[in-house]
Design a protein around this ligand. Structure first.
Ligand code: PLP
Length: 377
């Protein structure tokens, strides 16, 4: 269908942060399938886990459990630090947010407050929470009772959230909107607003989870706990898996029979998830991500033509001082570096967490060169 346009390139293979197209040209992948391949392409641990699993036990349905699913769920529970937390597995970020939406309905309330610019997915429920008019408008009417307030604006959130609000949902960093960050203390303030009104706090860490920001979940620098956490993208290291995780009393909301999905938490995707968590831990990739962040910010923030370098860990937005992000992304592609123009002025990078320092340096040098060429002709 025409929804993605016609892709310019077909990739046929990859190893680590390098991908190869059908003509044999290689590229430095600084997008990782949009913050997804946290261990890069063809990581031996993922290859082994998935191929061993498919050779051992295939799909079993959710009438039965299996060791990889149990292991992944209990590890995620441990990562939350809350023994009362519970995990629902699904297949994508949109589905994880759909689950959050249904959980919120079980509070008996129906209103939701989300933020302008936020991206929560394309299914009708997730799209109703998404705060981007261009994506919403062709599909109106969407779910009723959902309002959007400016991201980062605590007073606006305080005004919007009442004792009728079922759930507040935000991304810790708005990835699709252009790696938009909020001031420190924003999430803690949302926690307080939700505590005062009895609304659930849902944090959509689909893009900011699984080590991407230098911590397991993109909100952890604020030392708060949400009621619902949603994950996908990096969790499967390239295999499709999502999760909605509840904390504390929110774990009691969904009742048997309330929700389900055939493929959610299937053995192959869970095996990949376990391999991803193993390698992130074993190779201290979150610490590495924080170091790479420092290097990228230090090297690029003073470059002419760059207004700001923001984000956390390896989810970085490079804000240009002119609306030339698309031109820069195309020129980088010509130079065999894959990035994403998240909006007119922002280049988003989200390389695999296994990226090497040499590859970071190569990216920085290529970026500077391309920016100079595009801006000076
Ligand atoms: N939430 C966030 C924060 C995302 O970045 C995305 C995808 O970009 C989604 C939800 C939707 O995830 P999916 O495309 O897997 O449905």
């Amino acid at each position: 269908m025409a929804n993605y346009g016609t892709p310019a390139i077909t990739f046929v293979s990859g190893k680590g942060c390098i991908v190869k197209d059908e003509k044999g040209k290689t590229y430095l992948d600084f997008l990782a399938g949009i913050a997804t391949n946290v261990l890069g392409h063809a990581h031996p641990a993922v290859v082994k886990a998935v191929s061993t699993q498919i050779a051992t036990l295939g799909h079993v349905s959710n009438f039965f459990s299996h060791p990889q699913g149990l292991r992944l769920a209990s590890r995620l529970q441990e990562m939350t630090g809350d023994p009362a937390s519970r995990v629902f597995f699904c297949n994508s970020g949109a589905e994880a947010n759909e689950a959050a939406l249904k959980i919120s309905r079980r509070t008996g309330r129906t209103r939701i407050v989300a933020t302008q610019g936020a991206f929560h997915g394309r299914t009708m429920g997730a799209l109703s929470m998404t705060g981007q008019p261009a994506k919403r408008e062709p599909f109106l009417p969407l779910l009723k009772g959902i309002s959007h307030v400016p991201f980062g604006d605590i007073s606006a959130m305080r005004r919007a959230v009442t004792k009728k609000t079922a759930m507040v949902i935000v991304e810790p960093i708005m990835g699709e909107a252009g790696v938009i960050t909020a001031d420190d203390g924003y999430l803690a303030a949302l926690r307080q607003i939700c505590d005062e009104t009895g609304a659930l706090l849902a944090l959509d860490c689909v893009q900011t989870g699984i080590g991407r920001t230098g911590e397991w979940f993109g909100f952890e620098h604020e030392k708060i706990r949400p009621d619902i956490l949603t994950l996908a993208k990096g969790l499967g290291g390239g295999l499709p898996i999502g999760a909605a995780i509840t904390y504390g009393a929110a774990s009691q909301l969904l009742q048997p029979g309330d929700h389900g999905t055939t493929f959610g938490g299937n053995p192959m995707a869970c095996a990949a998830g376990n391999a991803v968590l193993d390698i992130i831990e074993k190779n201290s990739l979150m610490k590495e991500a924080r170091n790479h962040e420092k290097k990228i910010k230090k090297s690029l923030s003073t470059v002419a033509g760059i207004k700001e370098v923001r984000g956390r860990g390896l989810l970085i937005g490079i804000e240009l001082d002119q609306p030339i992000a698309k031109k820069i992304a195309s020129a980088l592609l010509e130079a065999r570096v894959i990035v994403n123009p998240a909006n007119e002025t922002t280049i988003r990078i989200a390389p695999p967490l296994i990226v090497t320092s040499a590859q970071i340096e190569k990216f920085i040098a290529t970026f500077k060169k391309v920016l100079k060429e595009v801006t000076h002709g």
